[in-house]
Design a protein around this ligand. Structure first.
Ligand SMILES: [Zn+2]
Length: 400
């Protein structure tokens, strides 16, 4: 009898699951996260107020259908020993209130404006957090997010004084960006209106490197630092060797008529170009290929692995391209996002894009390419896209 009781008890313990309940009220949508114990629930600080991140230290969780009108994205990220529940509020939601009552966290999403009340916002807690970081040897991306969230914190300056530059650098595992200034040396690229493409590409790449490294969250390598020739295959190998998180190839467009204008973003498509224009650009940019990249070897397994890696290169490249298009709005006219079989974008497992900044052959575009202000803004646009891709999109969706 005792044994039976024990078994029943064990079953009831092991079958316990934390749960999320939802309900629509007059003016708000309520989400309740209920854990076994209040100690297992915690709201994590996050720099972007559109996101709410809850840490749940329980193994089982029952989730109902989440109303997408109020919550644009809901994601459960399994970490070692806990889960991260990520809610991204929709644009429809104008404010929200979060409360913790015993073993529950209650989030009310409002349609109308209210002051966002975050009961968990505690600058002292953040200060303690930063001190923990100081001695922490963990080099995870989550640490980077803590640093960023501190920047918007009024106490950031105070904390920063205590945390010297070197210490901050130790905490952060930087995102590695390989920038590829197209052409170089004997291969000048396009030439028109007093501009030589290889020089413009290098200037943009160097500026981008400077601004990215200033932020201390990116480590940048250029495939060439001066005016010399590097073949396309070597550029992709370089990116793999540097363990790049992303590969960005910088180019300028050209056409005979001088009518083509604006910015184009290209991603890899192993099947080749779909549009006529993409085919022309593909042909021109592939001209410097000396060795052909071997994507697959004879072994069947190798072929599959290589193709899977190229899938990341293509699909993630495309995801980044869309973010980039948004961030370049108002700076340049992004005419299209297209794909073609670019040799230089065959960086297995690394998201890659090729940016045709503007048309060197177009009078108006050439003026822009000579304008420092335009180049600066363009580079800031790329920087913002990288920041958004790695810290909003990628960390939350893919949990890099
Ligand atoms: Zn080019």
């Amino acid at each position: 009898m005792k044994k039976l009781l024990l078994i029943i008890l064990l079953i009831s313990i092991s079958s316990y699951a934390a749960k999320i309940r939802t309900g629509i009220h007059n003016s708000f949508y309520r989400v309740v996260i209920e854990a076994k114990s209040g100690k297992n629930l915690e709201k994590l600080p996050f720099f972007d107020k559109d996101f709410i991140v809850i840490k749940l230290k329980e193994n089982h969780l029952k989730v109902p259908k989440i109303n997408s009108k109020f919550i644009k994205l809901f994601k459960i990220i399994n970490q070692h020993g806990y889960k991260k529940l990520v809610f991204e509020k929709s644009d429809f939601v104008k404010s929200y209130i979060i409360k913790k009552i015993k073993n529950k966290i209650i989030i009310d999403f409002y349609k109308n404006k209210r002051v966002v009340e975050d009961k968990f916002y505690d600058p002292i807690a953040k200060l303690i957090l930063s001190n923990e970081n100081k001695f922490s040897k963990r080099k995870k991306l989550t640490d980077k997010i803590k640093i960023i969230s501190l920047r918007t914190d009024p106490l950031y300056n105070l904390i920063n004084k205590e945390l010297s530059k070197e210490e901050t650098l130790k905490i952060i595992k930087p995102v590695v960006v390989v920038i590829d200034p197209g052409h170089g040396g004997k291969d000048p690229g396009a030439m028109a209106n007093g501009l030589v493409e290889k020089n413009v590409n290098l200037e943009i790449a160097k500026k981008l490197k400077r601004i990215l490294e200033n932020s201390r969250i990116f480590k940048v390598y250029l495939t060439r630092n001066g005016d010399y020739f590097v073949d396309l295959y070597k550029r992709t190998v370089f990116a793999v060797k540097k363990k790049a998180d992303i590969f960005i190839s910088i180019h300028c467009n050209a056409d005979r008529s001088g009518k083509g204008k604006g910015t184009y973003i290209y991603t890899l498509n192993l099947r080749g170009a779909k549009s006529k224009l993409a085919r022309i650009v593909e042909k021109r940019e592939n001209n410097a290929v000396i060795k052909v990249v071997k994507v697959s070897k004879n072994s069947y397994v190798n072929k599959i692995v290589a193709e899977l890696a190229m899938n990341t290169t293509m699909t993630e490249g495309r995801n980044f391209a869309y973010i980039l298009k948004r961030k370049l709005k108002g700076i340049t006219e992004v005419e299209d996002i297209d794909s073609a079989n670019f040799a230089v974008l065959k960086t297995p497992g690394i998201p890659s894009v090729l940016i045709e900044t503007a048309y060197i052959t177009n009078k108006h575009d050439a003026q822009l390419l000579k304008d420092n202000k335009f180049i600066n803004n363009f580079v800031i646009g790329i920087y913002k896209a990288l920041e958004s891709y790695f810290f909003n999109y990628k960390n939350l969706v893919l949990n890099r």
